[in-house]
Design a binder for this molecule. Structure first.
Ligand SMILES: Cc1cc2nc3c(=O)[nH]c(=O)nc-3n(C[C@H](O)[C@H](O)[C@H](O)COP(=O)(O)OP(=O)(O)OC[C@H]3O[C@@H](n4cnc5c(N)ncnc54)[C@H](O)[C@@H]3O)c2cc1C
Length: 428
């Protein structure tokens, strides 16, 4: 009997391997599994590929992860804020105008009162959506500058199709109410999150890997797929498959297909995405953790004076991620062709923002580049994904995960999608 083949040992590929009842081989190009969910241990610090906090709705997923790591997950109540004009506005910005300086607050209040009543639809331009939902002031002070940095594209070309689970939408009355009084309500899909009690997000990966290692081949970079003969090539050998499950980014998968139809190649060439650089820094404080980051898990940085879009503090989510009297930071830059900053320039900006204290000692720093980070939701995306996926499926190739399905997904969805695929009739 021919095996199924899985390309990629990130959370998606590992989850599929865990759930499938059919024999399979999994090829992972790296020397360790995990993809973007890996952790890095350095000088007593544990870093992830920027904040990888786990948001779970389905109790079965939580049970599975706890079973795999043989440990309860920590539950952490989110403490996130937006840094603007030296003030910290709790996330979500639009439900916490109370914390803004007076001028910016008034702009936001005026904007929500003067909002035009226009029809809102899923794939309208993001900038129009933001103005229609939240008014000109909130758009000017947060929605536009932050999302320009994050998506690194024209906000008229980005659609609002990705916003549904990620951007809380308080109604106009609540937005106004909480311009005048503090808001104690929880908002959003991540008002609290889960995280392993030790070893970072990668602990989850280790949990999967322990169960699956006999079927995983590391350092195996799949370089070509002959879909007509159902064969993959890796490290100079070829392997026949019955079904192929690919978790690698969709444009890379198409490039790898031997003699792919021109229409598929052309469609894939239109897909757009951003890359992210994460700089991880381990620091020993002189007196105490800087007040600007104390207790905070992540901070959105919309202002142009800072080149990064977000700063996070791993050790505030789990103190075990840093040695005693130390804190571990991550800093995220987004771009495609942009030049990202190096560690020492990033540190200068963090000092300017009061996020590294005077006299604090840098113990370690590293750079993690993620060539595929956020899929850009433009008008072309859904049609292109459907065209390519239909072609792949009709040739026994199935896509799975954030980059193969070309979507804005996260760990829980990657796991549940893998389970659903493994349970489809063709995999029984
Ligand atoms: C900046 C950032 C922050 C995030 N934060 C969170 C968060 O807080 N919470 C959350 O739930 N999610 C978060 N995510 C999303 C999360 O990282 C993804 O949903 C998840 O890692 C996707 O896993 P995957 O297995 O689909 O893909 P990947 O992690 O990309 O894994 C794909 C694997 O395939 C391998 N591979 C690729 N090509 C080949 C080939 N040709 N041959 C062999 N192997 C190959 C790669 O080496 C890799 O190991 C974040 C993502 C980013 C970019």
């Amino acid at each position: 009997m021919t095996n199924n083949i899985v390309i990629g040992g990130g959370i998606s590929g590992l989850s599929f391997a865990y759930f499938t009842k059919k024999p399979y081989i999994l090829f992972e190009r790296s020397n360790e599994p995990g993809g973007l969910c890996k952790s890095i241990k350095e000088d007593g610090f544990t870093f992830d590929y920027s904040g990888h906090f786990i948001h779970i709705k389905d109790p079965a997923v939580k049970n599975l992860l706890e079973k795999l790591i043989d440990q309860k997950l920590l539950t952490v109540k989110r403490n996130a804020a937006i840094y603007i004009k030296k003030s910290f506005v709790p996330f979500p910005f639009q439900a916490n105008l109370y914390y803004l300086p007076e001028k910016e607050k008034q702009d936001c209040i005026d904007g929500i009162k003067k909002r035009k009543n226009i029809k809102i639809y899923n794939d309208m331009p993001f900038i129009d959506w933001a103005n229609a939902m939240f008014g000109a002031g909130i758009t000017k002070h947060f929605m536009a500058p932050y999302n320009e940095k994050l998506w690194n594209c024209d906000l008229k070309k980005l659609t609002a199709a990705w916003t549904a689970p990620f951007v809380p939408k308080p109604d106009a009355d609540s937005i106004l109410k909480y311009a005048y009084e503090k808001n104690e309500n929880d908002y959003g899909y991540n008002s609290s999150f889960y995280y392993p009690a030790e070893n970072g997000c990668g602990h989850i990966i280790n949990g999967f890997y322990k169960q699956l290692k006999n079927s995983i081949i590391k350092n195996a970079d799949v370089s070509e797929i002959d879909y007509k003969n159902k064969t993959v090539f890796t490290n100079g050998s070829y392997f026949r498959y019955d079904k192929l499950i690919s978790t690698q980014p969709l444009p890379e998968l198409v490039k790898m297909l031997k003699n792919a139809p021109d229409a598929v190649i052309k469609t894939a060439s239109k897909l757009k995405w951003t890359s992210v650089r994460c700089i991880n820094i381990g620091i020993k404080y002189k007196k105490e953790i800087p007040a600007n980051i104390k207790g905070r898990h992540w901070i959105y940085m919309p202002e142009k004076q800072f080149p990064f879009y977000r700063v996070g503090v791993y050790s505030n989510a789990n103190p075990k991620l840093a040695p005693k009297n130390c804190y571990g930071l991550y800093v995220e830059f987004s771009g495609k062709d942009n030049v990202f900053l190096n560690c020492s320039d990033t540190i200068k900006y963090l000092k300017k923002a009061g996020m590294i204290g005077d006299g604090d000692e840098i113990l370690t720093a590293n750079i993690v580049d993620m060539p595929y980070a956020y899929v850009i939701f433009d008008q072309n995306r859904q049609k292109a994904v459907d065209t390519i996926t239909d072609f792949l499926n009709s040739n026994g190739i199935y896509t799975l995960g954030r980059y193969a399905r070309w979507e804005y997904s996260f760990i829980e969805k990657n796991i549940t999608d893998a389970k659903k695929l493994a349970e489809r009739p063709e995999f029984k």
